[in-house]
Write a protein that binds this ligand. Structure first.
Ligand SMILES: [Cu+2]
Length: 351
């Protein structure tokens, strides 16, 4: 009796700890599509489920994840789950010729791992990353919610995900070219769109806004006007001492979570203080810029986005409010060039 009891207790404790863990099965395809970053500039991308950024994958700490990846493209790929510790599952780390052979065109691969690190993680291809990450849009958010959120996290009323990225039009139209060293980045985007073809982020006074900032490809100096932001997480990990900032520098691969108390009604610019990133095709007033709009503010006639067709999920806010799972986001879908020849005039296309 006294030998069995501790074992039973241990099993009971294990069960109690894991009672909320779930087994989640997802499928991802990789597709060759054209992504309209700006009118007249639609680079060829490898898009997870046809989308850039990739679908939002949101799970809970401890969940067992199984992802089947189908490679429907002409070159090889893998997926690296950036941040996941892969304890006991290093073969699932997604590095070609280190942990697995790359997934050949027409083939598939099944990744299985436990979501054992929390916060704003991401997933990306690990084949020829200078091209596949930097220029072909192979990145998406993997958000792992902690079992025990911080007091600050519990206050959040609205969430947003921002992926900053850059593009090189000189190699944008040919898969397999990436022109490094010597690349010339000439388009910059938030969630795959160059300003003003992205969207305003709409908030209400009193909102506690959490923004998850991702810089998969090139450095960013994020600045929101009119507010200080509280940096609460670095690369997924909650900081013991969150700190205030009005510029958030982000190096490639880094993630910062910030919390903003929306207490200053107005229409406020968000932009990258690396000034060359706020250009598009060599012209200013493009690239990594957007605005935060408070509800109830009357929009002046000169306001460039006065009558913009609003897409509420552009910063994933609607998908972030859904239950855990893999969320496709329609607005991020590219165009399959074999299905649709768009009648756009090619002036300014640069190739
Ligand atoms: Cu790839």
């Amino acid at each position: 009796m006294n030998k069995i009891l501790p074992l039973t207790l241990a099993a009971a404790c294990f069960f109690a700890l894991n009672v909320h863990a779930e087994f989640r099965q997802f499928e991802l395809t990789i597709e060759e599509v054209d992504l309209e970053v700006a009118p007249g500039f639609s680079p060829k991308v490898w898009a997870f489920n046809g989308q850039v950024p990739a679908p939002l994958m949101r799970v809970k700490e401890g969940d067992e994840i199984e992802v089947t990846v189908f490679n429907n493209t002409t070159l090889t790929h893998t997926i690296h789950w950036h941040g996941i510790y892969q304890t006991g599952t290093w073969q699932m780390d997604g590095v070609p010729e280190v942990t697995q052979p790359a997934i050949e065109p027409g083939d598939s691969f099944v990744y299985r791992f436990v979501a054992n690190k929390t916060g704003s993680l991401w997933y990306h291809c690990h084949v020829n990353t200078a091209e596949h990450i930097d220029l072909r849009g192979m990145w998406g958010a993997l958000i792992v919610d902690p079992k025990e959120p911080t007091e600050l996290e519990k206050e959040v009323t609205k969430e947003a995900v921002l992926f900053f990225s850059s593009w090189d039009s000189s190699v944008a139209y040919t898969y397999g070219e990436n022109a490094v060293p010597g690349r010339e980045l000439d388009y910059f985007s938030i969630n795959g769109k160059s300003h003003p073809y992205n969207q305003p982020l709409r908030v209400k006074e009193g909102d506690v806004l959490r923004m998850r900032l991702y810089a998969p490809t090139s450095p960013v100096a994020f600045h929101l006007h009119g507010h200080d932001v509280l940096i609460t997480h670095k690369d997924g990990t909650a900081l013991p001492h969150p700190y205030w900032a009005d510029v958030v520098p982000i190096q490639p691969g880094e993630r910062y979570d910030i919390i903003v108390r929306m207490n200053n009604p107005g229409i406020w610019m968000v932009h990258d203080h690396i000034e060359e990133n706020t250009t598009a095709g060599g012209k200013e007033m493009g690239g990594t810029m957007m605005v935060v709009e408070y509800e109830g503010i009357e929009k002046p006639d000169f306001y460039m986005w006065k009558d913009v067709e609003f897409e509420p999920d552009f910063y994933m806010s609607e998908s972030l409010a859904k239950p855990h799972g893999l969320h496709d986001i329609e607005v991020f879908k590219g165009v399959d060039p074999t299905l649709e020849r768009r009648p756009r005039t090619s002036s300014g296309h640069g190739h």
